[in-house]
Design a binder for this molecule. Structure first.
Ligand code: HPA
Length: 281
């Protein structure tokens, strides 16, 4: 079965279980240790990825492998808890299976979250960062191969990946809630190894404020499908070339877990406040 057929099949199964997505349905992708943010959903129902035909399964600790459906106020929200990474052996197209399925279900507004290392020396561990742009350093694209025209263009524009209006609203909402929200450029690397001091120096020179192993490829797919995209990183460790502290996955999960409540408050408020609207292709 071709990739787009597998995605359609998965979406059909979800629709048969939960009915057609309501207009204005938004979706979240929850990063490492941030799965608790799903608690922001009211009347939540869930499906294990294993139940959904063709759906890949995440093998990473801190990722739950479940799709949730619930409400934030009057808005229907879907949440993918558990994503697929290049370092697990998935090819770039496959890492975006979840995002493609959300698009196929009619989601037009997508919020991506992740755990990331802070490269900007002014950022503190445990804080959140609103992604203003990204650098895809994986050397791969999820759009490689035949283009599925109903999804989007062969050469999609990436000049405005993260919606400016939605970002402004996120900053304003964070200010109102008293939640610190930094702003910066996110670099996606393939992983799974963390960076050497020389690599973090290079990333900083390239203009990145945070580094992680997800999100950019998903954002590319979401924009390819014409979705409106927002991304928020949880800065779980500092990645400063002259004083590298050493990081473990356990530490990343622990710090992200501590920030998850704050992130959930911000997301809930954003999803409630933000009326639906889809971005231009
Ligand atoms: N580097 C890459 N990915 C990460 C990091 C990091 O320091 N922290 C969390 N994810």
């Amino acid at each position: 079965m071709l990739f787009f057929e597998r995605v359609k099949h998965a979406a059909q199964f979800i629709q048969e279980k939960w009915g057609t997505a309501q207009p204005g349905t938004a979706a979240l992708v929850l990063g490492s240790g941030l799965g608790e943010a799903k608690d922001l959903l009211e009347d939540a129902e869930e499906l294990d990825y294993a139940e959904i035909p063709g759906f890949p399964r995440s093998s990473v600790a801190g990722h739950a492998s479940r799709l949730f459906k619930g409400r934030c106020g009057s808005r229907q929200v879907l949440a993918l808890s558990g994503r697929f990474h290049l370092y697990e052996g998935f090819d770039p197209t496959e890492t975006c299976f979840g995002v493609r399925t959300l698009g196929e279900l009619g989601v037009r507004d997508l919020i991506l979250t992740n755990a990331a290392g802070a490269l900007n020396p002014q950022f503190d561990t445990g804080e959140l960062m609103l992604v203003s742009d990204h650098i895809n350093l994986t050397g791969r694209s999820p759009l490689t191969g035949p283009n599925h025209d109903p999804w989007g263009l062969r050469f999609p524009d990436m000049s405005r990946v993260y919606d400016a209006q939605w970002r402004a609203r996120a900053l304003e909402t964070a200010r109102r809630l008293g939640i610190r929200l930094e702003r910066g450029v996110y670099a996606q690397v393939p992983g799974p190894q963390l960076e050497t001091p020389a690599e973090t120096r290079m990333l900083r020179i390239l203009g990145a404020d945070a580094v992680g192993m997800s999100t950019a490829l998903e954002a590319v797919c979401a924009r390819h499908m014409g979705m409106r995209v927002l991304a928020i990183s949880c800065l779980t460790n500092k990645n400063l070339p002259d004083c590298m502290a050493g990081t473990s996955h356990e530490e990343v999960i622990e710090v992200a877990g501590k920030a998850a409540g704050r992130l959930a408050r911000l997301l809930a408020e954003l999803l409630r406040a933000n009326e639906s609207g889809s971005a231009a292709r």
